[in-house]
Design a protein around this ligand. Structure first.
Ligand code: NAD
Ligand code: TDX
Length: 333
């Protein structure tokens, strides 16, 4: 069995690489990553010591390179994590989001059609459903919630989802889609809320909270996401969408205060800054389908996951300091 993991030098993709190599050491994992600012070879250092792991630097939009790799490796399963993933960057510069997130997905699916595949899995996001009001805790996103996007990022992910569904129907591509809530855990790039606040607090720098900090996200420990994807690619039904979420809604400000408490830093570091344009109010995933069909349940309680994540950033200072200094861009393994 050969599994292609695109975007495996990023946050969730790398956690998935380690999950696969740990659980199925006899299977081959080929990581394809362009190494944008979000990709980091240091993250894959341990993986690269594994006999069944191969890293290929390539852009998923590069049709020739991708087709060549499919021809050579004949993957059984492709899991597409590769994407531009940061909402704020999509507001500043939308174009690369459309190129990578939509056209890159198309190239991968065309290669799957050309060379044959057991399963193509698209890693999507809860952001394709738009947002929910803060005063209606009874509402949640199900797989039937209409697509309704807010940012160029979420619009590009939704466009990719529609394209995957078109390939499923038109070309009978054996594909699945998962839409997950906010992840946290090791190797999270320090531009996203949790790692940004941890690394800034450790340096006694201001903690920039957008607006009033009341926006709510549904946080899931990254390993639980990886386990869910593993279940979907092996036992999930072709053509289906699966929501993945932790039933763990938290307001941003409460997360930032918790990080201050855990690190023994004063809340006076918190600085309220201009709100994100089009800022989604609340995300909440209903994961009933994946629970009923595949038996998946989140295993890590937020109280434990956030503690071990903070500890990981304390134990792995070199990893994020190399990012802050920019040195990580020139690492070769
Ligand atoms: P990330 O930004 O940490 O990593 C993205 C990776 O993709 C990087 O290694 C980058 O180098 C690579 N990449 C970017 N453009 C590429 C291209 N054209 N060709 C090849 N590689 C390319 O992102 P992440 O947080 O790990 O997210 C992974 C996936 O999960 C994304 O598709 C994202 O939309 C989705 N997702 C993320 C979250 C979250 O909370 N982080 C939640 C739900 C869904
Ligand atoms: O400095 C900040 N201050 C702040 O208040 C940052 C970076 C964020 N925020 C707020 C904005 C959001 O309400 O924190 C919340 C979380 O922000 P991000 O970490 O940027 O994540 P979000 O916008 O929720 O998107 C994430 O979850 C869905 C991922 O980045 C996406 O890739 C995923 O699809």
């Amino acid at each position: 069995m050969t599994v292609f993991v695109t975007g495996g030098a990023g946050f969730i993709g790398s956690n998935f690489v380690y999950h696969q190599l740990g659980k199925y050491p006899q299977e081959r994992v080929v990581c394809i990553d362009k190494l944008t600012y979000a990709g980091n070879m240091r993250t894959l250092q341990k993986a690269s010591e594994h006999d069944n792991f191969r890293f290929v630097k390539a852009d998923i939009c590069d049709r020739n390179a991708i087709f060549e790799l499919f021809k050579e490796e004949k993957p059984d399963i492709v899991v597409n994590f590769a994407a531009e993933s940061h909402v704020d960057r999509s507001i500043e510069e939308p174009e690369v989001f459309l190129t990578t997130n939509i056209l890159g997905t198309q190239v991968l699916m065309d290669a799957c059609r050309e060379y044959g595949i057991k399963r193509f899995h698209q890693v999507s996001t809860d952001e394709v459903y738009g947002d929910l009001p803060l005063n209606r805790p009874d509402l949640m996103f199900t797989e039937k919630t209409p697509i309704h996007t807010s940012s160029p990022y979420s619009a590009s992910k939704a466009a990719a989802d529609l394209l995957v569904q078109a390939y499923i129907r038109t070309f009978k591509l054996p594909a699945t889609i998962s839409r997950c809530s906010n992840n946290y855990g090791p190797f999270h790039f320090p531009e996203k809320l949790i790692p940004l606040m941890i690394t800034k607090a450790l340096a006694d720098k201001a903690l920039p909270v957008y607006g009033k900090g009341v926006n709510v996200r549904d946080w899931l420990y990254v390993e639980d996401h990886c386990k869910a994807i593993d279940m979907i690619i092996r036992d999930g039904k072709e053509g289906e969408v699966y929501n993945i979420g932790g039933h763990n809604e938290m307001a941003n400000i409460d997360i930032v205060k918790l990080i201050c408490t855990e690190l023994g830093k004063p809340e006076s570091l918190i600085t309220y800054v201009e709100d994100r344009k089009g800022h989604d109010l609340r995300y909440a995933i209903d994961p009933t389908k994946i629970h009923n069909e595949l038996g998946w349940l989140p295993e890590t309680r937020f109280a434990d996951g956030i503690k071990s994540t903070i500890q990981w950033y304390l134990d792995n200072r070199a990893w994020w300091e190399e990012i802050l200094s920019g040195e990580y861009r020139s690492i070769e393994l």
